[in-house]
Structure formats: structure tokens, C-alpha cells
Design a protein around this ligand. Structure first.
Ligand code: HEM
Length: 162
């Protein structure tokens, strides 16, 4: 029990870890939520209409909030991971500490997909050229969403030491 009102207030302040966790969860929510919206709404519409316009519309909106959220999720995740366990334990892929190593591997698979979509596929869709690019974008967006959901499940496993 707190001994005085001031010590009560101090004990109510969130720890650094708790603030990082809040940033992580908000960033992850925006990132994963945006991808589900893309898959379930904009991409479906684009495929139905055979037009890249809905995807370009989504990208214009999401780039401003999605990429900063992703960056915040990465930084907060890495800091929390370092607070929890030394990186050498992240490599123990069979044990619960290795879930962090699996998260890093999953992000490593996600990054080239993001870069390829951003640098190659989206510009091609914007210039209205190659119709194959719409199918390619669908595959990339689906894989990126699955990897992002895997990151959520791994995060949950880290949280509970599973
Ligand atoms: C887009 C990428 C990521 C997503 C969507 C994501 C998502 C999540 C989610 C949903 C949680 C569960 C939080 C909770 O149960 O309270 C979590 C936890 C966690 N994640 Fe991530 N994460 C991502 C990237 C990373 C990276 C790169 C690392 C660093 C290696 C990381 C480290 C952690 C840690 C240490 C926790 C446990 C936090 C706790 O104590 O609850 N995450 N993540």
C-alpha cells in the first residue's frame, strides 16, 4: 500500500516498458488493421473492377500513417526485446525467448516484400501499364498481411512466455 498521496501518484506512473508496449500495440494495430482493410475492401474492389485506382487511393491514405506506425512498432519492439532478454537468447529458436528471433526473421521476410511493392509494383500500377501487376500486388499484399498476423501471434507468445 502507498504510504502517502505522493508515493501513490509515483507508483501509478507507467514504467518505460509499459509506455513502449502501448506504442507497440497502437503501431501494430494500425499496421495490421490497415492491411486487413486493404485486403477486405480496397483490393477486393480493385480486383472486381479490374482497376488499380482503389489500391492507389488506399496507398495515398495509408502511406502517411502506416509507415510511421510500422517504424514505431519496430523500434518499440526492439527496445522491449532488449529489455527482456539479451540478443543471444533470441537465437534459441526452440524456447520462448526465441520467439523474438522468429519475430526478427518474420520482419526480415516482410521488408523486401514492402520495398518491392513500394518501389516496383505500385509505380507500375500508378503508371497504368502492366495488367499483371494487379495480380502481383494481390499476392504481395496477402503475404504481407499473413506475415503481419504471424508477428501478432509471436508477440502474444512473447507476452505470455509461451
Ligand atoms: C509489424 C511488426 C510487428 C507487429 C504487428 C507486432 C505485434 C505485436 C503484438 C500484437 C504484441 C502483443 C502485445 C501484448 O500482448 O500486449 C507484440 C508483443 C511484442 N513484440 Fe511485437 N510486433 C511487431 C514487431 C516486433 C519486433 C520487430 C520486435 C523485436 C524483436 C517485437 C517485439 C515484441 C515484444 C518484446 C513483445 C512483448 C511485449 C509485452 O511485454 O507485451 N515486435 N507484438
Amino acid at each position: 500500500m502507498p504510504s502517502s498521496p505522493s508515493s501513490y501518484m509515483v507508483s501509478r506512473l507507467p514504467s518505460e516498458y509499459q509506455v513502449l508496449q502501448l506504442i507497440h500495440v497502437i503501431g501494430a494495430t494500425i499496421w495490421v488493421g490497415g492491411h486487413l482493410l486493404l485486403l477486405g475492401g480496397y483490393l477486393r474492389r480493385a480486383l472486381r473492377e479490374g482497376s488499380a485506382s482503389p489500391i492507389i487511393e488506399f496507398e495515398r491514405m495509408f502511406a502517411r500513417i502506416g509507415l510511421p506506425s510500422f517504424a514505431l512498432t519496430m523500434v518499440s519492439g526492439a527496445l522491449m526485446g532488449l529489455i527482456r532478454y539479451p540478443p543471444s537468447l533470441w537465437l534459441d529458436l526452440d524456447g520462448p525467448t526465441g520467439r523474438l528471433g522468429l519475430k526478427v526473421l518474420t520482419v526480415t521476410a516482410l521488408l523486401p516484400i514492402m520495398v518491392y511493392a513500394e518501389k516496383r509494383v505500385l509505380p507500375a500500377l500508378k503508371s497504368g501499364g502492366n495488367p499483371k501487376m494487379l495480380a502481383r500486388f494481390s499476392v504481395l499484399a496477402t503475404v504481407a498481411t499473413i506475415l503481419s498476423l504471424i508477428l501478432v501471434v509471436l508477440g502474444w507468445a512473447v507476452r505470455f512466455g509461451i
